[in-house]
Design a protein around this ligand. Structure first.
Ligand SMILES: Nc1ncnc2c1ncn2[C@@H]1O[C@H](COP(=O)(O)OP(=O)(O)OP(=O)(O)O)[C@@H](O)[C@H]1O
Length: 399
């Protein structure tokens, strides 16, 4: 188990981590989430004894990392996959690490096989792609067959097959009773991999709970109800409100209902003699819940690209190049195409389900998703159709 108590790290005037206390338990994958610059890597470095806390402490199995006997056999970590001597082959890099920790040479070949690098084992790592480097970093973490594993952004640069492999690897390591602590910005991946979450923002703890509870606590699931016309919509709104539900209009004319379970909405519609054209559950995703929780703790926000001064006025009489269907304007990026044959209204997004050999869903939805009160503002408005391609032949101020 990893245990942090009052962990604080300051770099001069900058407080990277502030009074952080949490436990990472064995037997489950614990996700470590937070916006850019929130202090995840700093925390991981302190866990591994690479940085000293300004105050507080963190232990692994009751000991600070530096006091663990033969730490590399007990703790494996992927922090920075690029921290490899590029002139060395993958095999000799791992062999050096193994020799330093008294790990037998055959283990090097074992882990090279586990991460799928056996065919390039003797190639210099400086020629490795981002994904190959990640695999080498994971191999190094696995080398000592440790009980505690830390992975900072392990799927960074991996292809879909690699991402699935990492997901299954994390889950199988946890299923063997190991402590697995993994940071990622890929929420959909975290929803499939982690059971428990530690979320930080600006160096402080925002949440320490199961993925299921996190989604339930930070999002409002709702039902969408759709009637054939405005008259029936009004009747339904009145019936649902009288029964204690909260009803908000959706941009497409449907109703967003919270506070009532689906069967009750159906019964109330029936009693009010209202025909339903749609009655569907909308279950929040981990991403939605995460965005909601961390929106106040984001340091780096993008602004709209105005492209000011970049559009060259065409000489008189010159026609602009014609957009190519499906490719957008020549010489410019292609905006997403409008939805083809689109749905007249937004369909609910189901929770992602794990598939493959470890197919159990990691984050089942909460029991009664409609019992939560209506949010002051909708968590996420119903997705609008993708924008039509901008007409780049017009001057900017006409768009
Ligand atoms: N060695 C250092 N010296 C000064 N400031 C640092 C140092 N290391 C980290 N910081 C600062 O501490 C804060 C937390 O950084 P950290 O890398 O831990 O965040 P992070 O959550 O891992 O970010 P990301 O998701 O972008 O990887 C940032 O503001 C960063 O600039």
């Amino acid at each position: 188990m990893i245990e942090a108590v009052g962990l604080t790290k300051r770099y001069g005037a900058k407080t990277a981590v502030h009074n952080l206390s949490f436990q990472v338990r064995p037997g489950t994958v614990t996700g470590f989430l937070g916006p850019n610059g929130s202090g995840k890597s700093t925390t991981m470095r302190m866990i591994l004894g690479l940085d000293n806390p300004t105050s507080g402490h963190v232990t692994i199995g009751g000991h600070p990392y530096r006091k663990l006997p033969n730490a590399p056999r007990q703790v494996g970590a992927l922090l920075d996959a690029k921290a490899v001597h590029g002139g060395r082959s993958a095999r000799s890099h791992l062999l050096c690490l193994a020799q330093l920790s008294g790990i037998p040479e055959r283990r090097v070949d074992e882990v090279l096989g586990v991460v799928g690098l056996q065919d390039v084992a003797r190639k210099r790592s400086k020629g490795f792609s981002l994904g190959m480097g990640q695999r080498l970093g994971i191999a190094a973490a696995l080398l000592g067959d440790p009980q505690v594993l830390l992975f900072d952004e392990p799927v960074n640069g991996l292809d879909p097959e690699g991402i699935l492999w990492v997901r299954n690897l994390m889950k199988s390591l946890a299923a063997e009773g190991r402590t697995v602590f993994v940071s990622s910005h890929l929420m959909s991946e975290m929803a499939l991999t982690a059971e428990h979450l530690i979320v930080i923002g600006r160096g402080q703890l925002l949440a320490d709970m199961s993925v299921r509870d996190f989604i339930a606590a930070n999002s409002a699931d709702f039902a969408r109800a759709r009637t054939p016309d405005a008259e029936q919509r009004e009747k339904l709104t009145a019936a649902l409100t009288e029964a204690g539900g909260q009803v908000l209009p959706e941009p497409d004319g449907a109703l967003r209902v919270t506070g009532l379970p689906l069967p009750r909405i159906s019964d109330l519609a029936h009693e009010a003699d209202v025909r339903l054209w749609e009655l569907s559950p909308h279950q929040a995703s981990l991403e939605e819940a995460y965005m909601r929780m961390t929106q106040a703790a984001v340091d780096y926000r993008s602004t709209t690209d105005q492209r000011e001064g970049l559009m060259q006025p065409l000489p008189p009489g010159v026609q602009p190049p014609m957009p190519v269907p499906g490719q957008g304007q020549p010489g410019w990026y292609a905006p997403p195409p409008p939805q083809q044959g689109g749905q007249p209204f937004a369909m609910p997004q189901p929770m992602p389900q794990a598939t493959g050999p470890y197919g159990a869903p990691a984050a089942p939805s909460p029991g009664n998703p409609y019992a939560a009160p209506a949010p002051a503002e909708p968590a996420t408005p119903a997705p609008a159709p993708a924008p039509a391609p901008a007409d780049l032949t017009k001057p900017e101020d006409a768009r």
